[in-house]
Design a protein around this ligand. Structure first.
Ligand code: HEC
Length: 102
């Protein structure tokens, strides 16, 4: 029963995060889940092993992710990752990273 209540609260939390429209908050959740493994969130960009995203131009990030998604820009890793992103995810993530201090 305790476990059930616990799962229910997790479910409610995820439902409420999903209801945020294009927002840096939702972008952050997604970035923390998926992108931070490679691009880093807390590290300064200079220390990150992959191209830095923090403080980059929002329109640039959006364009890059859409190019990865439709495979006009090739990268085995990023083509796979971008394939799972919706337009809203891309907007949220681009907004989040563009506001992050490099
Ligand atoms: C498994 C590691 C990995 C993960 C996870 C990952 N990336 Fe990447 N990302 C890379 C690599 C490697 C490149 C460089 C690819 C290339 O040569 O174009 C890259 C490139 C990029 C670029 C282009 C940067 C530039 O300077 O043009 C963007 C934007 C980007 N990633 C966004 C994201 C976002 C957003 C996520 C999460 C949804 C994510 N990445 C998750 C490895 C990763």
């Amino acid at each position: 029963m305790k476990l059930f209540a616990y799962s229910l609260s997790i479910l409610l939390i995820s439902v409420s995060t999903n209801s945020f429209a294009a927002s840096a908050f939702a972008g952050k959740a997604k970035a923390a889940q998926v992108c931070s493994q490679c691009h880093g969130i807390k590290k300064t960009s200079a220390e990150a092993p992959f191209p830095p995203l923090a403080g980059r131009d929002e329109a640039y990030l959006e364009k890059a992710l859409k190019q990865y998604r439709n495979k006009t820009r090739k990268s085995d890793i990023m083509n796979n990752i971008a394939a799972g992103l919706s337009d809203r995810d891309i907007n949220n993530i681009a907004e989040y990273y563009s506001r992050l201090k490099p």
